[in-house]
Design a protein. Structure first.
Length: 74
């Protein structure tokens, strides 16, 4: 086997390996996307990331007061 033959074979093997990995990644992205859509239909959103209500200012006000008190004392 000459060096050119070995380089050609290594190039083919490299492209085959990269193709297999790329194909697997495509399949994985599709599977995760489908799983997210399926799970999203069955799981109820409990509002964990829901925006705060306009009258719910007690927590930010307490944090702000604590930071101001800390800055005043230090």
């Amino acid at each position: 086997m000459t060096i050119l033959d070995m380089l050609e074979q290594s190039g083919v093997l490299t492209m085959l390996g990269m193709g297999i990995v790329f194909g697997f990644l495509i399949i994985m992205v599709i599977a995760i996307t489908l799983a997210g859509k399926i799970i999203g239909k069955f799981v109820k959103d409990d509002g964990v990331n829901a925006p705060q209500k306009p009258g719910d200012n007690a927590i930010p006000a307490a944090i702000s007061a604590a930071v101001n008190e800390y800055r005043k004392n230090n």
